[in-house]
Design a protein around this ligand. Sequence first.
Ligand code: BGC
Length: 504
Amino acid sequence: MTILSMAGSSGALDPLPKRKMSYFSNRYVVGLTVTAGIGGLLFGYDTGVISGALLYIRDDFKVVSENSFLQETIVSMALVGAMIGAAGGGWVNDAYGRKRATLLADVVFTIGSLVMCAAPDPYVLIFGRLLVGLGVGIASVTAPVYIAEASPTEIRGGLVGTNVLMITGGQFLSYLVNLAFTEVPGTWRGMLGVAAVPAIIQFFLMLLLPESPRWLYLKNDKAKAIAVLAKIYDPDRLEEEIDMLAAASDDEVQPEKSVSYFDVFRVKEMRLAFFAGAGLQAFQQFTGINTVMYYSPTIVQMAGFSSNQLALLLSLIVAATNAAGTVVGIYLIDRCGRRLLALTSLSGVIISLLILSGAFFLQSTSLCGLHTLHGNCGTSLGWFAVVGLALYIGFFSPGMGPVPWAVNSEIYPEAYRGVCGGMSATVNWMSNLIVAQTFLTVVSAVGTAGTFLIIAGVAVVAFVFVALFVPETKGLTFEQVERLWRERAWGSDGSRQSLLAAEA
Ligand code: BGC
């Protein structure tokens, strides 16, 4: 049964009355979003800056320059930390709230940055990377959920997308820092340590912000929840929101204590929701975004441009395009919906990957072989590859960048939002690590053309996955999304049967 037919089958998914609400119409929510989004900035800056910093770390620690395993560990330890941080952070979110989870992320991140900045040897540096990764992992699950729970339904996708803009903005900033310091030795301590500043700023700003109203309501702190909602909505709308929260909590069987990871797999509708959310996160990574983000200088060089400066400059352009595309995504996500945006994005990604694959294939054939690389043929193929890269980013960034984070912040019931969001963020980080660790190996096994062809194949599977399993959540309240899963799991009489199942 399709979502549309399900929507027709009951009034549960009827759209809300049309309201005028623009992204900037509520300054309080925008301020809260930007503050929470500092987590995204740390995420982007930290994952981007390490490739530049590593060049100087190698200069300072001879053992690192002689040992590529140590280099890989320095880079990937943050991803390992983020995997653990996202899983644990999801639980902290449900048990202790979004605000405490953010404060915890800031403390861990700040300590990690300072440890890296002062590291006397590579092993302490690796420990610092682990701490920073833990902080980024906690932030990666907390910021979207905190933002989504404070957002009016009509602009929720765009506001959660703002966190992704902070990620892509952070990556851009880190590339800029990398480029600015190309000629300055010994600057890695500053490059890594400076990230403590936004974390400290976020810590103090968060102290001024409230806990998420929905989490407060779940924990039966209704008066406080209503006080927070009153800052977000005008009196008419406030009443409506409170009524919806009250109806939802009557309707739902609330677990006595925080849910465990295991609970997610016991309830059918949770399994369906988690499958859709985690699948989106995995496909976001396996469609290759971070091969492009982490290796764009390498890809540009593979395409025949040998100058380091030019390669770094082109990757800065890639990062800027990524951030600009995210702005387009923020504009479109609540207008076209999550599904259309993701499907269009994936179609473009498939075409761009085929162009990239074609460019590298032609370059490796005898017609246009290596010996001509610096001749006309090689140069135009190099540009062909760069166009493929730009198209890839242009299509990826408005859709598959923000959609997985937005969908994961809104498809789980209140009591499971942290745990499920955390688990699927862990899937994202794990997939990120796998792709980053294997990209160059796969390139050396099947060639660059073959690698991009494989990724294009994955993107085709991702398209089918989104078409079949990801429901449209644009404009739906959290309560409507919950009913949507019950209906998917149990048919149109879903609510009753699911309650019976939960009671059994
Ligand atoms: C992804 C990151 C990625 C970034 C690039 C985010 O949505 O989760 O892994 O580096 O987009 O734009």
